[in-house]
Design a protein around this ligand. Structure first.
Ligand SMILES: [Zn+2]
Ligand SMILES: [Zn+2]
Length: 345
């Protein structure tokens, strides 16, 4: 793995664009980029005092080699939580040398395939005995109603593989069991000071249930919008949060006019203007884009330009393996630092 680049680490709020994007984002506020190794204290993935977000996949259904399907890792107090499982989630985790079997809990926002197709891979490969796997306890999976049925369907689909590996490789069945939970909105996970709250967002009338998640740890908070158009629920959950990770989609007018299929996509995801409204109302310390829909000839620079018409706060356009660490120094409510760095160019 290439050494990571430190994008910024300031004592106050860090305002950073990934350096590759800054040139395409002329409307952005000044960028503080200091290429460097990641801070030594950030290297220990299991530090009990770490509260860190890693964008494993910032993409959409587009089969992109650079933007994996949507997935986000949140590390808090030595626990590793993964939210959604888009294409290549396993690849991204192992690029960080995080064994797939070491994830403490898994959370699903909704049943669109771009959030799910990586789940069988993460589940099955995480059970294998080499260092990249090694799950020896049931896979904890939380999601909206239908999650248990999904787990049972996966078990049936891969029953032959599971039986073969159990017999041939002696893999214990405990590690391939899915401990699946259908959860209602509210607190769905609480362990050693880490609390995960599910809430309903607004992904359109035909796409229910659909959740976002809020993660709280030691007075700090991270909110993941999930797939949503403008949602007052996201605003409420993210008000004054430390980090808000929000989806964004840009579909050029000409494309909308020429291909009506894009209208449905635009109707249930956030345009740059929708996201800016959320950021403006919620005022998170750092707003982050992931699940970035660049349709037609749309660019990141255009997204930023449109957001900047109404939102002047801290904004980061994520790339795969962008990492954001919230400092836990100081008392809750005080302004600790937020560091952002990129694990690979
Ligand atoms: Zn969706
Ligand atoms: Zn999606």
């Amino acid at each position: 793995m290439k050494p990571s680049r430190l994008l910024s680490m300031l004592s106050g709020i860090a305002l950073i664009f990934a350096s590759a994007l800054s040139a395409a984002a002329p409307a952005a506020a000044p960028v503080a980029v200091t290429p460097s190794a990641a801070p030594a204290r950030a290297a220990g993935a299991d530090r009990a005092d770490a509260f860190r977000v890693t964008l494993l996949g910032t993409g959409t259904p587009v089969p992109s080699p650079t933007r994996a399907g949507y997935s986000t890792l949140v590390e808090a107090g030595g626990q590793k939580l993964v939210f959604d499982f888009g294409r290549n989630v396993s690849v991204r985790l192992w690029e960080l040398r995080i064994p797939l079997g070491s994830i403490d809990a898994h959370f699903l926002t909704h049943f669109h395939s771009d959030h799910l197709v990586g789940l069988p891979d993460l589940w099955l490969t995480g059970w294998l005995r080499p260092p990249y796997g090694r799950r020896d306890r049931p896979m904890a999976l939380y999601g909206p109603a239908g999650t248990r049925a999904l787990a049972e369907g996966l078990r049936q689909a891969f029953a032959t593989d599971i039986a073969i590996r159990h017999k041939d490789e002696g893999s214990a069945l405990t590690g391939i069991t899915i401990d699946a939970h259908d959860v209602a909105p509210g607190v769905v996970y609480e362990k050693d000071g880490v609390r995960v709250t599910a809430f309903e967002n607004d992904h359109g009338d035909n796409i229910r249930p659909s959740y976002g998640y809020r993660i709280d740890y030691r007075g700090r908070s991270v909110v993941l919008s999930g797939d949503t158009r403008f949602s007052p629920a996201v605003v409420a959950q993210a008000r004054n949060a430390d980090v808000l990770v929000h989806c964004v989609t840009l579909i050029p007018d000409a494309l909308l006019a020429s291909n009506p299929a894009y209208r449905a996509i635009y109707d249930h995801l956030s345009s740059p203007e929708d996201a800016a409204r959320v950021f403006q109302a919620a005022a998170p310390r750092l707003a982050v884009f992931s699940h970035i829909g660049l349709n037609g000839d749309a660019t990141v620079g255009q997204i930023v330009e449109r957001v900047r018409k109404t939102y002047a706060g801290e904004l980061l356009v994520g790339e795969d393996l962008t990492r954001v660490e919230i400092s836990l120094d100081g008392r809750a409510g005080s302004s600790g630092g937020i560091a952002v760095w990129q694990e690979k160019p």
